[in-house]
Ligand binder design. Structure first.
Ligand code: ATP
Ligand code: MG
Length: 562
């Protein structure tokens, strides 16, 4: 099926108009420009789907470009993870990956061009002074004493900055625009600063590095980007983006279009906040399955298709909003409902002994791998005298509406037989340790020839047909929709039950050979996948990707947040 790109897309309308006007000869080119200072999250996924999606819709291309202008906080490991994630999401950037650092020579030339035109100057104010001189929203800025430094002197100083003659912070290069501008970004913004450190890609060639605003527009222009899509906080930077591209002799002038950031409820999204969770040990690394990082949701069992679908469904707008994470959960449910083979697992086992089944005898029964999709075939499951069912599928004094097992009650074991509970065995504390049941041999496969009905069908595994397993049940990482509201420390809103570790589960024997990330629907329990990190052949660990239904909506209505 051909996937539709992001819905309700005002950006596509703008581009369609631009094409109609013949701008750029109808060519469309976008870019996804991450700074390699952290792992990608769902917000980035949205930006990726938007940029690559728009390019595809207009038969254009989309570059992957690293905005690597700040070597003090950017690392190769982030570059590697970002490349992996974009590929995982299913997007193709063509022949080569772009790096802003590849344009350092050109950027330097454009800076010199600005100086020569009298549009940039070297300023000796320090960071605090620059801030102080800049003024506020209500107060105009003051001009730097260096603002009218002669052009030759600026050229000389800028050259010496580049030669490493000065300490960090001694000088900066600033655009000469307007200190009284109502837009603070236009008050002589800094273009270059001294950083006497080496860069992962350019080594020790440079000790001055261009600022984001200067770099971004010029990189866009050098790559022939036609539409530069960015988040709303850059709206006030657009006049600067346009000013710079008008002042330097770049080959083209891309159009910047802003859209609203994507936020999800019950989580935090910015790299800085995610980093805090990792550093404080609240989560187990950047790929903790509870995090909205792409590494995290991948480990949790999300598929690229589900993420893309989600991004397309939620659309793109001009107003910040908070998307219900339930929509994301539904996207993965829909995808896995189609793809994931069914299997049986018992998370909280209660032992069942079939007293009229011969000790030592096992029987192979046939189970469907997908009840709605016969193409997915069948598998054998083993029945025997010793079984396990889910502890919560038994009640000693069941209320009326409880259709599962109770003393004297008959239920169906999925794909197997009807069984009736005849006796309950307890330990000295009164805890039920075992159920004694009988089975009806005439109900093999799960139907009674006399037409007798049972109300409940339970999942189960047999002792011989299962292996021990660990299971991690995940819930929302925060108890509140907006964890940052009304608190100085959002980590206080972490859900203490966001991870429940279960050690004594049992899964069908065949699952011992599952591959990392392989997904299953555990019947009646949810979608699970084999953990890619903590699983071992002798003791597989399954992550619950998502429950079968959205139980959260119901529970939270009752005011219960756990
Ligand atoms: P963060 O605040 O998490 O650090 P960022 O914007 O600083 O995010 P970048 O690496 O600079 O991260 O972002 C790369 C691209 O992804 C940018 O174009 C940015 O606008 C976009 N992006 C980042 N977060 C979101 C989000 N929540 N929703 C949509 N797009 C986003
Ligand atoms: Mg950033």
């Amino acid at each position: 099926m051909e996937e539709e790109s992001i819905k309700g897309n005002f950006i596509k309308n703008i581009i369609t108009e631009d094409i109609a006007k013949g701008i750029n000869g109808g060519r469309v080119m976008t870019r996804f420009p991450p700074e390699p200072n952290g792992y990608l999250h769902m917000g980035h996924a949205k930006s990726i789907c938007l940029n690559f999606g728009v390019a595809k819709d207009f038969n254009g291309r989309c570059n992957l470009r690293f905005d690597d202008t700040n070597p003090s906080r950017e690392y190769q490991k982030y570059i590697d993870s970002i490349i992996f994630d974009v590929q995982w999401l299913g997007f193709d950037w063509g022949e080569k990956i772009c790096y802003a650092s590849d344009y350092f020579d050109q950027l330097h030339e454009y800076a010199v061009e600005l100086i020569k035109k009298g549009r940039a100057y070297v300023c000796s104010l320090d960071g605090d002074q620059i801030r102080e001189y800049r003024g506020t929203l209500t107060k105009p800025g003051r001009e730097s004493p260096d603002r009218d430094r002669p052009m030759e002197e600026n050229l000389d100083l800028f050259e010496r900055m580049g030669k490493g003659e000065f300490q960090d912070g001694a000088y900066v290069l600033r655009a000469k625009i307007e200190m009284a501008s109502p837009n603070i970004n236009m008050r002589d913004p800094v273009l270059y600063r001294i950083k006497n450190i080496s860069h992962p890609r350019t080594g020790s060639k440079w000790c001055i590095y261009p600022m984001y605003d200067f770099t971004h527009g010029i990189s866009d222009a050098l790559e022939g980007i036609t539409h530069s899509l960015c988040t709303l906080e850059f709206q006030d930077h657009r006049p600067l983006y346009d000013w710079l591209l008008d002042e330097v002799s770049v080959p083209c002038h891309p159009r910047q279009i802003e859209f609203a950031r994507m936020n999800l409820n019950y989580t935090v999204m910015s790299k800085r906040k995610l980093q805090q969770l990792v550093e404080k040990g609240i989560v187990d690394g950047w790929d903790d399955p509870r995090l909205p990082t792409l590494a995290g949701i991948r480990r949790r069992g999300y598929t690229p298709e589900a993420v893309r679908n989600f991004c397309n469904i939620i659309g793109v707008g001009k107003k910040e909003n908070r998307i219900d994470v339930g929509i994301l959960e539904n996207a993965i449910r829909e995808d896995l409902n189609e793809k994931a083979p069914r299997a049986m697992a018992v998370v909280n086992p209660l032992k069942v002994t079939i007293e009229n089944w011969e000790d030592g005898r096992t029987e192979s029964l046939e189970a469907l791998n997908h009840p709605q999709n016969p193409d997915m075939g069948t598998r054998s499951i083993l029945f025997s005298r010793n079984l396990y069912i889910e502890r919560e599928d038994f009640m000693e004094s069941p209320p009326k509406k409880f259709f599962r097992l109770g003393p004297g009650r008959e239920v169906r074991l999925r794909y197997a037989y009807f069984i009736t509970c005849t006796r309950v065995i307890k330990d000295e504390n009164g805890v039920i340790t075992e159920l004694i049941c009988t089975f009806d041999p005439a109900t093999r496969g799960g139907d009674a020839p006399d037409g007798r009905k049972v109300k409940g069908t339970l999942h189960w595994v047999s002792e011989e047909g299962s292996v021990p397993a660990k299971v991690h049940l995940y819930d929302r990482l925060f108890t509140t929709e907006d964890p940052e509201a009304d608190t100085h420390d959002f980590t206080q809103n972490v859900n203490p039950d966001s991870l429940i570790k279960i050690t004594g589960a049992r899964v069908e024997k065949g699952l011992a050979d599952a591959l990392p990330g392989e997904a299953f629907q555990f019947e009646r329990l949810g979608y699970f996948c084999l953990d890619s990190k903590l699983s071992s052949p002798g003791l597989p660990l399954f992550n619950r990707t998502v429950t079968l239904r959205d139980t959260w909506a119901k529970v939270s209505k009752k005011g219960n947040t756990v």
